[in-house]
Design a protein around this ligand. Sequence first.
Ligand SMILES: [Zn+2]
Length: 698
Amino acid sequence: MEKEERDLPWWKKEGLIVAGGWHPLTGRIRSGGQPEDLEEQYEWEYTEQHISRLKELGITLLVGQFDRGLGETDQAEDQERAKKQAQLCHQYGIHHGCYLANTVYFESMLKDHPECEDWVVKTYDGRFVHYGGEQSWRWVACFNSPGWRSRMKKEIKKAVLEVKTDLLHFDNLGVWPEPDSCHCHYCQEAFRRFLQKKYPDTASQKKRFGFTGFDTFRAPNFYLRFIQPWDLERFQSPLLQEWLLFRCWTVTDYIREMSQYARSLNPKIAIDCNGQSIRGVNQALLHGTDHVRQTYWVDIVWEENPDFRQEDDPRRIYPVTHKFRGMNLFRRLGKPVITSYHDEETLAFNLTFSGHPGINTLWGYAEPGKKPLNQPQEGVTELLNFYRRHLLLYTTAQPAAKTAVWRSRLSLAFVSTWTHLSACVLEQILFHHRWPFSIIEDDQLTAKNLQCYKLLILPDCEFISDAQIEIITDFVKNGGSLLFTERTGEYNCLGRKRTDFAFRHLLEEQACFSSSELTETTSFDSHRQSKVIFRSGQLVFAAYEKGRVVYLPSLQYVHPPGTFHSHYNVHYNGIDSRYWKEPYNVSEVLEAIQWLWKDEPDFQIFAFQEVRVDFLQWDDGFLGLSLLRCGPLSEAVRIPLAVKSEHQPQQGICLTPENVEGISLSWKKKSARCWETILPEIYRHGLIRWKPVSGNNS
Ligand SMILES: [Zn+2]
């Protein structure tokens, strides 16, 4: 363990216990509404008193201001402050991070760089794009502009070599929603190159676009005559589809180049990015987000999902857990998620699902001032102490789930609500019923990667390539189980509607296929001449070679898309947390999973509906659970747990903040391969570990 620990990066050795302060003075002044003593509060952030206080609080990383996008002259004073702050942090054994905004304060930038108009987004009709809200002084950068990329490299070089920072925080890592996409000549050229690379020969060009050559192609605009971009539920036009994917490529290529450059200066620099987590909205459309591919280039993901919608509906998700999807996806990839917490419950959530505490808003966020002097909230100190005591268990845990939910990249980019609804609702069912699962994306849908799963779930994945069908077929052939729903496989990866049901071969004679139809509309349709009519059918169960398959043609959603206005970026709708309710036919889903599983579950927790868990494994052969009880609690409870093991599990232990040494678990045989225990005295949070024993080891 010791040797392995030496090889871990610092954020896994020390945990991400984060403090903030990334808005520079200018940013605070310009956003307005600041206190009279702003300058004094701000200066305090650069004092030894501040940094020693952070040390006292156990902070391991301070993300400070560095580059807001002002010109060098106006930013010089604050960048000196950043340097001084990094030195102080290092004196106190705290890591320092530099914030990079990816925006341009043009009034300042124009003074040093009159050419900076060439670095920013120019829309179809020649507008500059402002950041949003009242911030009209802030332009949005064009990630394809060579001038912008070279300007960012200069800033990165200063941060890494002069400030000697330990981490780069890329905020606003995304492009802006339509109709504010960039149509500058760099983007136009890059789009043509993108198409040429993807469709290099005349046959593929003709197949996709009807004729050959891209020299005359231009980026599409979203001033559509009959419809606003936020009302487009589905993207059918090949040009628009490619444009969405091009925007994702743009963001990916930008972070790739910035990350490679930073690491060429210091291979140990840590990099995090903000915007790549999963929220339930079509982020490929809104921000060019490709969750997995963009995070290949970073070490840590920042999560700022603001979806704390208040609801009285008893079927609602516990508000504390609404960020579980990003943590689920990135834990599988070994990338921690940093997010905020504001009390003991939200901190316990972060520990349970991310393995890192994140940032306490009581001690400040972007503009802390003297907030770090606040006393911690009730229970927070105890939880942080507990975390530090068992730190490596948290930071080296890997997911042990053997069920994968595939979030199909094309389906979620081309269909803005229905596919998102299906994915969100199926994930919600699994999460609620404590059925362990991992979210995967296209790059993880490989024969090799699928070997760690027993069950694969395809939530309304409309767009599937022939190669993907083959991989999934082989998975089932070799004994895997498959659950697919709704319109899965209706289109190929070029957006062509398949003439036959994609998985007909898996369902053999038992298939009762009924699906959607494309029909010409008889009434005048404002933007297209056809519509999809969906007809629900019956559940199909089938065996195929060594595997099993269930097709679930419909989920009876509590709220279909369009029930609420989500107001993402003001206009856009999405599948916000109000939609994530279990469907009326949830029992069909659960029964399908039980039949598909063919085996005892890896573990079962009984009775308490407020309990949420993550199923984990460690390199020492242990399995375990990190556990959270949601909502207001009055007392500790005892929780029955059953685990799968051929012989009595070894060294079962339950660790809680109330009992940091841990309590050994005693096991009772429940059935041939299942052992039961009672978890003692669980209040808010706990870590449970056991070592399963197979027949050969006895
Ligand atoms: Zn551009």
